[in-house]
Design a protein around this ligand. Structure first.
Ligand SMILES: CC(=O)/C=C/C=C(C)/C=C/C1=C(C)CCCC1(C)C
Ligand SMILES: CC(/C=C/C=O)=C\C=C\C=O
Ligand SMILES: [Fe+2]
Length: 460
């Protein structure tokens, strides 16, 4: 194993004072590191010191609006003040609990869906170094939790809740200034669709317009609604837009079947024999257009598995977006979902294949019965087969693929995951990217919370 550090972020602390949070996404960010050097592994973990976390610790109560939790107002005047704070963004959380990315200039930033929740950390000590301040004047309060980050750029989407649409922006390494590439206007609906993530190809940015849309009224509610800050609008239909990265022009905007996804896996350009791009293929972990997955992620559900199979089915959803002006795109399963137990989320690919025709995706899959993805799966999109890893009672976190330096095969590398065991313990697991068989495991001295997304920081 090459030397370097795998960092993984995610919600990890769900109790403040004597109050218990209710949803997985509410927890205060816990950063975990696995440092690999000379065949040894050194692990560590630490809370990210966001304003939201520090205020909660100090006051022993929730002080900012989290994914589903809202601080309680003491009286009506305070409530009116909080509404103002909501519109200015002052009451929104900066709890950067979703992921962590390494920018092209080496800075390591933890992120969530609020822009203010962009926090720079030290990948060695896990110290919180301070806010990542965007120096532009683009404004807005939220962004996609998953920017596309390479050594050359940082691309993200800024949903516009006032004039439903998305700004597509990019930021160069060494700067804090995002520049607008273009804008997508929503085709329908009262608000933009939730964009937790989006994919890119070599020349295009794919902007999904999911019928699960942000909802201003739900933002104002003190108690969580069934779909939290979102609302399901099947009547508003679903769309996928394709923007040219160089010009900002929209080259396709197609209606697609209804869908629900958190995570896009990858996208690429399909070319004909003359080298002309005829279609965009975009793959995601698709929950069969069923929004119930959001409430299945309530802690009460996650903590009460009684042997019943309650995880809704999901599939590798492949969008086929024609570039010939046709108004419709397709959405179909790229592999038989039974190959991965009809559960799929928390995906990664070989980063060298970002935006390119690719063959392999790694993700959490299911071994049923289960209430949460409880297996690891390697999907072969060409042979349409999957290889699976499973251990009774174990809950693995997102399998993260690290290519072997000098590799020529797409799946030549290792897959890192952290496993939570039934007995409360845990370990780091390394699988061979090609055979998907275990190479090594290192037991942690104590269990760690389930975490979400990670990144690889190579040694120098
Ligand atoms: C952990 C994860 O995957 C998602 C976290 C999402 C968060 C913290 C969303 C927060 C939001 C608000 C506090 C208000 C505005 C809407 C929204 C972006 C959902
Ligand atoms: C853990 C998860 C979905 C699992 C469903 O099968 C989604 C996480 C989303 C945020 O990153
Ligand atoms: Fe995510």
């Amino acid at each position: 194993m090459q030397s370097g550090t795998y960092l993984r972020n995610g919600p990890g602390l769900w109790r403040i004072g004597n109050y218990d949070f209710r949803h997985l996404f509410d927890g205060y960010a816990t950063l975990v590191k696995l440092h690999f050097e000379n065949g040894r592994l050194i692990a560590g973990h630490r809370q990210i010191e966001s304003e939201a976390y520090k205020a909660a610790k100090k006051n022993k109560k929730l002080c900012y609006r989290e994914f589903s939790e809202v601080p309680k107002s003491d009286n009506f005047l305070a409530y009116v003040g909080e509404l103002a704070n909501l519109f200015s963004g002052a009451s929104l959380t900066d709890n950067a609990n979703t992921g962590v990315v390494k920018l092209g200039d080496g800075r390591v930033v933890c992120l969530t869906e609020t822009q203010k929740g962009s926090i720079v950390i030290d990948p060695n000590t896990l110290d919180t170094l301070g806010k990542f301040e965007y120096s532009d004047t683009l404004g807005g309060l939220i962004h996609s939790a998953h920017p596309i980050v390479t050594d050359k750029e940082f691309l993200t989407l800024l949903p516009d809740l006032v004039n439903p649409g998305y700004l597509v922006v990019s930021m160069k390494p060494g700067t804090n200034e995002r520049k607008v590439i273009g804008r997508v206007n929503c085709r329908h609906g009262p608000a933009p669709g939730w964009v937790h993530s989006f994919p890119v190809t070599e020349h295009y940015i794919v902007v999904p317009e999911m019928p699960l849309r942000y909802c201003a009224q739900n933002l104002l509610k003190a108690e969580p609604t069934p779909l939290y800050k979102f609302e399901w609008h099947p009547d508003s239909k679903a769309f996928v837009h394709v923007m040219c990265k160089a010009s900002g022009k929209i080259v396709a905007s197609v209606e697609v079947p209804l869908f629900v996804t958190f995570h896009f896996i990858n996208a690429y350009e399909e070319v004909d024999e003359d080298g002309r791009v005829t279609a965009i293929m975009a793959d995601c972990c698709e929950h069969n257009a069923d929004t119930t997955i959001l409430e299945k992620l309530k802690l009460q559900n996650l903590r009460s598995f009684d042997g019943k199979d309650v995880l809704p089915d999901a599939r590798v959803g492949r969008f086929i977006i024609p570039l010939n002006g046709s108004p419709y795109g397709k959405l179909e399963a790229a592999v038989d979902p039974n190959e991965h137990g009809r559960g799929i989320d928390m995906c990664s690919i070989n980063p060298k294949f970002l935006g390119l025709k690719y063959r392999y995706a790694y993700a959490c899959g299911a071994q049923r019965p289960c209430n949460f993805p409880n297996a690891l799966t390697k999907i072969d999109l060409v042979n349409k087969r999957a290889k699976n890893w499973y251990e009774e009672g174990a809950v693995p976190s997102e399998p993260f693929f690290v290519p072997r330096p000098g590799a020529t095969e797409e799946d030549d590398g290792v897959v890192i995951s952290m496993i939570s065991q039934k007995n409360g313990g845990g370990y780091a697991l390394l699988l061979d990217g090609s055979t998907f068989k275990e190479i090594a495991r290192a037991k942690f001295p104590y269990g760690l919370p389930y975490g979400l997304h990670g990144c690889w920081v190579p040694k120098h």
